[in-house]
Design a protein around this ligand. Structure first.
Ligand code: GLY
Length: 421
């Protein structure tokens, strides 16, 4: 089989690593991929934001199956285009992916189907939004309606911070047209965790729960990033809670969409707050999470290509997805200044010195004259597996200790909550 992975970050590297191990696959393409993926896939110079060119390539090379990593091509309708041209692709349609590309749509959808989510209000006018903030309790969340690379949710701890967030999103347009509408949402106390599930539009199979660390600094301080690290399985979700999440959130989401004429096929990502009143949905994403994928995929025993075929053919019901025992921890290394402005081109040393069983998933790395240099905000994901979270964590941080580049930032508390330490 010929398989193509769309995207070029740590998540796509992890997907490519897994797909390359499938006995069904004899040719792997990545668009555009990265230098880590180039070791296992042929990287082609087509941007994920160009579905037409990707479909042309898939037709020309007889690609049997395409995986979509990032949200942008989904929001542009890549799945609809591929399906129209008879090409097999793993991911939701543009209408289904609206759960991610419009936070307002997602909140109203949850309201229609009684899916638990914090109270909210939608605004298209910044003055009305600021007026609403008067007399509210803080903190609260101010969220851009559209896509914002994981940075569109701002925690406002005071009236002044909330007004600044509204101005930044709606007036200064720091996220461009994604800030035409905003959601102002009550802030809930609890533990945040990510649950993903494979869905074929009728039934779903939950994926191992993971914990993502979004803020840049330890103790969840500072602005949100795309994710600074992750671990799985997340400690705060046991089998009973997973069953509750499945029956109260995952299944009603898929059923609600189906009743509205939308078949959700692919990976459904649910960002949850575990509160005293039960799990509440903070956000949906319509794809694998990053860096969650960098810990989930290494623990997946079942062939990912086979799962994708079940999803596409509507045959998930009754299938089993198997996971390794033990745990995985991923620590993200980021450039100085990230998630704000950062420089590229810092020389990276030490990647050759890490233990053989460490997985280095490349995100923002380039090869300049035979030397590795930084080429993005998130540079590298360092993943280790272990018998338990403690062992995986120690191995991951040992490997991080061997790697360096000027201005390297990483959090030192990834997975600490899972170790009793
Ligand atoms: N880690 C958060 C995301 O993938 O959106």
């Amino acid at each position: 089989m010929k398989v193509m992975i769309v995207g070029g970050g740590g998540r796509e590297h992890a997907l490519a690593w897994k797909v390359a191990q499938s006995p069904k696959v004899n040719r792997l393409y990545a668009a555009p991929g990265n230098i880590g993926m180039a070791r296992i896939a042929k990287c082609i110079g087509i941007s994920p934001s160009d579905p037409e060119k990707l479909a042309n390539f898939a037709e020309e090379k007889d690609v049997d199956l395409t995986f979509v990593g990032p949200e942008l091509p989904l929001s542009l309708g890549i799945v609809d285009l591929f399906v129209k041209r008879g090409l097999r692709i793993f991911g939701p349609s543009q209408r289904a992916a609206k759960l991610e590309w419009s936070k307002g749509f997602a909140k109203e959808f949850m309201g229609r189907w009684n899916i638990p989510t914090p109270p909210f209000k939608l605004f298209t006018d910044s003055l009305e939004a600021m007026d609403y903030l008067k007399g509210r309790r803080f903190p609260l969340m101010v969220k851009a309606d559209g896509l914002a690379a994981g940075k569109g949710s701002i925690l406002a701890k005071s009236f002044e911070e909330a007004v600044d967030a509204v101005k930044a999103i709606m007036v200064e347009r720091i996220f461009g047209r994604s800030g035409e509408r905003i959601v102002i949402e009550d802030w809930l106390q609890g533990k945040e965790v990510t649950v993903l599930a494979f869905s074929d539009g009728k039934s779903c199979i939950p994926i191992l729960p993971a914990k993502d660390y979004k803020p840049i600094y330890e103790g969840d301080k500072g602005p949100n990033t795309g994710g600074m690290g992750s671990y799985a399985p997340a400690r705060s979700i046991d089998d009973d809670l997973m069953e509750e999440i499945k029956s109260h959130i995952l299944e009603p989401t898929i059923k609600g969409l189906s009743e509205e004429g939308i078949e959700y096929r692919g990976v459904l990502y649910v960002g949850l707050m575990l509160t005293a009143e039960g799990p509440q949905v903070l956000e949906y994403n319509c794809r694998f999470g990053d860096p969650e994928t960098q810990v989930i995929i290494p623990l997946l025993k079942t062939d990912l290509v086979e799962i994708a075929e079940w999803v596409i053919e509507g045959g998930l019901e009754g299938k089993r997805v198997e996971w390794e025992e033990g745990a995985a921890v991923c620590v993200v290394l980021a450039s100085e200044g990230y998630p704000g402005r950062y420089k590229k081109g810092a020389p990276i040393t030490g990647t050759d010195g890490v233990a053989n069983d460490i997985l280095l998933f490349h995100a923002g790395i380039a090869n300049r004259g035979g030397k590795l240099v930084t080429n993005g905000g998130r540079v590298l994901g360092v993943t280790a597996k272990g018998e338990d979270i403690k062992e995986a964590r120690e191995k991951a941080y040992n490997a991080v200790g061997a790697i360096n580049f000027p201005g390297m930032q990483f959090r030192k508390d990834i997975a600490l909550e899972g170790t009793d330490g």
